[in-house]
Write a protein that binds this ligand. Structure first.
Ligand code: F0G
Length: 465
């Protein structure tokens, strides 16, 4: 998959016979190389990476090896992604790897939510604790490495913010230039500022995410840029390690449910692929159910399953305050449908108010996340009500982005103006108990003590423990 213009590439040799190949998820044909658009040349469907060497590994030996690496200081072992390199496509040499020590993210108990909704074993896998603050870094380290190996000068993505932040950082670390296409006015300042600081050429396009992605698809066919959206199957390989690491943290005891937000549907596809490969290899004895939650206003997967029977994509004009998942035409919908069906997972949608409440609840546990991540807790409540999740089951919520990714949402919520002027304004008053607005006082000791006493009186039983 070399760049089309030789003047734009370095003199690095192209990869020798790698043991991995590209398999079309539609017609199943396998090729050694992929075109610029990462689509099957026969049927146009998406590609996934396959490697015959993965299946011949000994699961017990792998578990020991991966654990041992946690105490080693070599660059690849310090990465929570490359630590699992036996189940990743192998680059030509370790020197090519672009890493920021991604992965190795915490698994937290959600004690308060666990009590309030009645699920004793409820945990959050916090991918927002990655170097650029989102789960994208796990995939980006792998895809950026292969971009570098192929000698690209430019990498590019369309993004709702997190992919662009991550890509810009990894491109900078790998000595490549990056081009970011984002919808103007539709991504948070925090994410935009990251791309600028990491030196990306940032284009704010007057369209939505789906429009940016369409344009990128045309661009990669004409210019020697390497696309780093999750259509790029190397991204999904890196994102598989979320599941490997999670299972390691659970001592390889499969949880009953893993719940993820759904946007462009790369992450759910990656986690599902990892679960199926782990089962095949004997790393886990049974499959967890993988469920995907979307915002009501950006629910193409929900509608694809309910109205299209999972067979045709039902696109939507997306609208949600959870801007990371404001996507109406998800690229990886077929991959996601396959893994949902293979694992027996569910797909649900949640309202803007439910998202805001869930985000505040996760914040009040001292953990915090961005709005798109909070759909997982809101969705869990629904799945519990429907009886799909049982109270005695073990549930993992994947928190995809850090709290600091979207301070405007958080401030708007706590100040009480998040829903001002919207159809949700009246009903949003029921969220008042979850708000912690700032208090402006004169700089007097008495004023602070009085406020302290008032708060204590209004909520004497408060406990976070
Ligand atoms: N959560 C966050 C915080 C995200 O940034 C995204 C996607 C998702 C969930 C959905 O994941 O697309 O794999 O289904 N953000 C992309 C971006 C689209 O450009 O940053 P998905």
């Amino acid at each position: 998959m070399p760049p089309s213009s030789t003047s734009e590439k370095s003199s690095k040799p192209s990869p020798p016979q790698a043991s991995f190949g590209f398999r079309c998820i539609g017609c199943g044909s396998v090729t050694a190389a992929a075109a610029q658009d990462f689509r099957c040349s026969e049927c146009g469907n998406l590609l996934e990476i396959t490697d015959s060497s993965w299946n011949s590994r000994n699961p017990t030996a792998l578990k020991t090896l991966w654990r041992e690496r946690r105490s080693l200081n070599a660059s690849l072992d310090l990465s929570g992604v490359w630590r699992f390199r036996e189940l990743l496509p192998a680059p030509q040499s370790a020197e090519l790897v672009v890493t920021l020590r991604e992965g190795n993210t915490p698994l937290y108990e959600l004690r308060q939510s666990s009590r309030s909704i009645g699920i004793p074993r409820l945990y959050a896998k916090h991918q927002g604790m990655n170097p650029t603050g989102s789960f994208k870094d796990a995939g980006m380290t792998v895809a950026a490495t292969f971009a570098r190996q192929a000698g690209y000068r430019w990498v590019a993505c369309a993004s709702t913010g997190n992919t662009s932040a991550s890509m810009a950082a990894y491109a900078a670390r790998g000595g490549m230039r990056s081009l970011v296409l984002v919808p103007e006015g539709k991504i948070s300042w925090s994410k935009l500022s990251q791309a600028l600081d990491y030196g990306a050429l940032t284009c704010q396009l007057r369209t939505d995410f789906d429009g940016c992605l369409r344009l990128l698809q045309e661009l990669v066919r004409q210019a020697p840029v390497y696309q780093l959206n999750s259509i790029n199957p190397f991204r999904l390989e890196g994102q598989k390690t979320l599941a490997l690491e999670l299972l390691e943290q659970l001592d390889w005891q499969a949880p009953d449910h893993i719940i993820v937000p759904g946007g462009n549907l790369g992450n759910s596809s990656a986690i599902g692929k990892a679960l199926l490969e782990m089962l095949d290899l004997g790393l886990i004895p049974r499959l967890p159910k993988l469920s995907v939650i979307q915002a009501e206003g950006a629910n193409p997967l929900v509608r694809t399953l309910r109205e299209g029977g999972g067979k045709r994509l039902v696109s939507v004009q997306a609208e949600t305050r959870a801007t990371a998942i404001r996507i109406g035409n998800p690229a990886s919908w077929e991959k996601a449908v396959k893994v949902l069906q293979a694992t027996g997972g569910a797909c649900e949608q949640v309202s803007e108010l439910e998202i805001a409440q869930a985000k505040a609840e996760i914040g009040a546990e001292g953990i915090g996340c961005e709005p798109a991540s909070a759909v997982t807790l809101a969705g869990l409540k629904k799945l519990l009500q429907q009886g799909f999740v049982k109270p005695d089951e073990t549930v993992i919520l994947v928190l995809t982005g850090n709290l600091l990714k979207d301070p405007d949402f958080t401030m708007g919520f706590h100040r009480g103006d998040l829903f001002q002027g919207t159809a949700d304004e009246r009903e949003s008053s029921r969220l008042n108990p979850f708000r912690h607005p700032p208090v402006v006082l004169d700089a007097l000791l008495d004023a602070v003590i009085k406020t302290l006493e008032q708060v204590e009186k209004s909520d004497p039983t408060h406990s976070n423990a």
